[in-house]
Write a protein that binds this ligand. Structure first.
Ligand code: NAD
Length: 361
């Protein structure tokens, strides 16, 4: 099979981790008889430096022409990088929002799994981490507060900032359907998270989710207020299967879920539209503090590549091979610095990529 993949190495550790993911994909291609065709495009700070904008129309066209996009991460140090002196629409993150919108990527999937080998890195009490967890946060990605109208005005000499949170029922319905579809392939439980005791947008969210649930009688639906969900994620994460939520709540909760797994360097993500097309990227940022040192953990990006094989290309065997390679390497005690623990062997970014390639036979 020919796999046309547009790659966005991006900024910071992005180029290093994407490189390792390509190495692993190339090994998959070799073992399973596929052909990987890559095209790199610029986005974020790397694009600002060359084109003066975080994402060009040509880069969007290249992304659209591919079967899938594999991304590292974008952005720099937000306090020191000159990119953050630019107006907000020209900063690195504007490229990310633009590509999500252009590719109509409305569904963001972030699995949060506690690997037993990394249970020591889990910051939760041992009795909680011993129960393990395997949840998936399904976050709406193209609506809500991050895409609403915003402005800062001056009223009677006082500065006032306004952000608007809008959802229509169609936006809610399509993400709810994705959430229930994924739940059907998992433990058949959806926790819909909102703030329906305060927000109108949440009351509509709850109403539409309940309508969609009627088409999935096998799936158990529960509603949870976002503040309670934030607490439950640390109190009893094993209770969750699919957490379905809107853009801003999902942004915050998925980072919290990342941290309870113990390492942000292990967490993959996928952003999907209505077709098989998806953008796959690690959950973490560009980690400018460790860029260029060959110490970044490439596993989140490599697991994102596995999600790409599964969701865009329906190559389940190949995706399993990557996920099993990760488990096996952890079992053998190899760790990058971020997940290092006593008695394990510390390796760099490149060596972790090489070890994973060796596991795939
Ligand atoms: P970050 O995720 O980049 O880093 C947070 C901490 O985790 C840092 O100490 C970093 O060294 C560490 N870390 C992250 N990924 C790691 C990995 N693979 N291996 C080892 N350690 C890792 O978050 P931040 O510092 O808040 O943001 C840095 C930049 O990334 C900012 O410009 C931010 O806007 C951007 N960002 C981009 C994306 C994206 O591209 N989707 C997402 C989040 C943040």
């Amino acid at each position: 099979m020919k796999l046309n993949i547009t790659c966005i190495p991006g900024d910071g550790i992005g180029p290093e981790i994407v490189n390792e993911a390509k190495k692993v994909l190339d090994k998959i291609a070799l073992v399973y008889g596929h052909e990987m065709i890559y095209k790199d495009i610029l986005m974020g700070g790397a694009s600002i430096d060359v084109h003066g904008v975080p994402l060009t129309d040509e880069a969007i066209a290249d992304a659209k022409a591919a079967d899938a996009v594999l991304m590292g991460s974008i952005g720099g140090d937000t306090t020191t990088s000159p990119w953050y002196q630019l107006p907000p629409n020209l900063r690195p993150e504007a490229g990310l929002l633009k590509i999500r919108k252009a590719l109509n990527l409305f569904a963001n999937l972030r699995p949060a799994i506690l690997y037993s080998e990394l249970a020591d890195a889990c910051p939760l009490r041992k009795d909680i981490s011993d129960a393990g967890f395997d949840m998936l946060i399904m976050r709406e990605l193209t609506g809500g507060l991050y895409f609403g109208e915003r402005k800062t005005i001056e009223e009677n000499g006082v500065l006032k900032a306004i952000d608007t949170l809008t959802y229509d029922e169609n936006e809610i319905r399509r993400i709810a359907i994705k959430g229930f579809d994924i739940a059907m392939k998992r433990k058949k439980k959806v926790t819909s998270v909102d703030k329906a005791n305060v927000l109108d947008s949440s009351r509509l969210w709850r109403k539409v989710v309940e309508e969609v649930a009627k088409d999935y009688p096998e799936v158990t639906l529960e509603h949870m207020l976002v503040d309670n969900c934030a607490m439950q994620l640390v109190k009893d994460p094993a209770q969750f299967d699919v957490i379905l939520t809107e853009n801003m709540f999902g942004d915050i909760l998925s980072d919290e879920a990342s941290m309870v797994t113990g390492s942000i360097g292990m967490l993959a993500s996928a952003s999907l539209n209505d077709t098989k097309f998806g953008l796959y990227e690690p959950s973490h940022g560009s980690a400018p503090d460790i860029a260029g040192k060959d110490i970044a953990n490439p596993i989140a990006t490599i697991l994102s590549a596995a999600m790409m094989l599964r969701y865009t290309f329906d190559l389940d065997k190949e995706a399993d091979a990557i996920e099993n390679a990760v488990k096996s390497i952890l079992k053998k005690g190899y760790r990058t610095g971020d997940i290092m623990s006593e008695g394990c062997t510390k390796v760099g970014c490149k060596q972790m990529g090489d070890l994973l390639c060796e596991e795939i036979q």
